[in-house]
Design a protein around this ligand. Structure first.
Ligand code: MEV
Length: 328
């Protein structure tokens, strides 16, 4: 048998990084999906291939279920990261189905660039767990898929992950995450524009950088708390459908993330290009260090402005994905 599941990527309206320390965050799923196709093997080995990613394709053959990792060299650190998420997702599926020795062929396709701040790893973990458990005849509740995908991120990112990315990818739509408290939100279809600089970054390292700053300086810890205040204000604007205020708060959030050291010249340039192009607000999205920005712009002038910005590799309108993980 073969089973394919897909899950959406996401942008953060507000609250990345601060969410790791118990502040609230509001990520929104976008209509760019990762698809994971799983076939059960008749041995206990794991073979992972990914030919349709925004990086060079790869195939990695793993050892037996009891082995620690791939038994061949993985081509790049990024591929290593991707296979790490798949490896842990398969471990979760084996556990959920009570089949510790199940072997799989896994194929990943993603419309979301890896490590770009658009939630590719969460989407791969969510879709991977859903597909692998279904392949073993087990249908998990969506919240359990989200919970198990969180454990995957937690493991791969050395204990430094919030539930935000994985809950958002599993449920779809706009969500609110504060610690272990995860809820879905009513949200208008916001006019998201995304700019991507073509680079990839390690979330774990960026989270560690913020943690170090927060441990060193009280005002950095205060900055993290201020992000939480901003998110609470933003939730009111979201409930009122007040796009103008959402935009102003996004601009403020970008400034705070910049103070926490996770912006980059490319991100700042794209943020300013989007604002100059008519966006009501723009900020980096995800872990930062490079990667992507999100803007709110009804008439699309920011897509043109971003396309003309040398630091921007790709600019696109992104629709809210109302559907989370689904079998294809
Ligand atoms: C990464 O997409 C979002 C961070 O807040 C990390 C996390 O929440 O796990 C930086």
């Amino acid at each position: 048998m073969t089973t394919t599941s897909s899950a959406p990527g996401k942008v953060y309206l507000f609250g990345e990084h601060a969410v790791v320390y118990g502040e609230p965050a509001v990520p929104c799923a976008i209509e760019r999906r990762a698809r994971v196709t799983v076939s059960e093997r008749d041995d206990d080995r794991l073979r992972v291939s990914a030919d349709a990613l925004s990086i060079d394709g790869f195939t990695v053959e793993y050892g037996n279920a009891s082995d620690d990792g791939p038994d061949v060299d993985v081509p790049t650190p990024l591929v290593e990261a991707a296979t790490g998420y798949v490896d842990e997702a398969v471990a979760q599926a084996r556990d959920a189905a009570g089949r510790p020795d199940a072997g799989f062929d896994v194929e990943i396709e993603s419309e979301i660039p890896l490590g770009a701040g658009l939630g590719s790893s969460a989407a791969v973990a969510v879709a991977g767990i859903d597909a692998a458990t279904r392949e073993l005849g087990v249908k998990l509740d969506t919240r359990e898929v989200a919970d198990r995908a969180y454990r995957v991120e937690h493991e791969v990112q050395d204990g430094q992950a919030s539930r935000a990315d994985t809950f958002c990818s599993a449920m779809g739509g706009a969500v609110r995450v504060e610690g272990d408290d995860c809820t879905t939100l009513e949200a208008p279809d916001l006019p998201f524009v995304v700019g991507y600089d073509g680079t990839s970054h390690d979330t774990g390292e960026l989270v560690s950088g913020v943690r170090a700053l927060r441990d060193e300086f009280e005002f950095a810890a205060d900055t993290v708390e201020t992000v939480g205040d901003l998110v609470r204000e933003g939730e009111r604007a979201l409930a009122d459908g007040d796009v103008e205020t959402l935009g102003r708060l996004m601009n403020f959030n970008h400034g705070l993330l910049s103070a926490l050291g996770v912006s980059a010249r490319t991100l700042d340039n794209m943020v300013w290009a989007a604002r100059d192009g008519g966006a009501v607000g723009a900020k980096l999205t995800g872990a930062g260090g490079g990667g992507s920005i999100v803007a709110l712009d009804d008439d699309g002038g920011s897509v043109t402005a971003l396309s003309l910005t040398p630091d921007c590799e790709e600019a696109f309108r992104a629709e809210l994905a109302t559907e989370g993980v689904r079998v294809e």
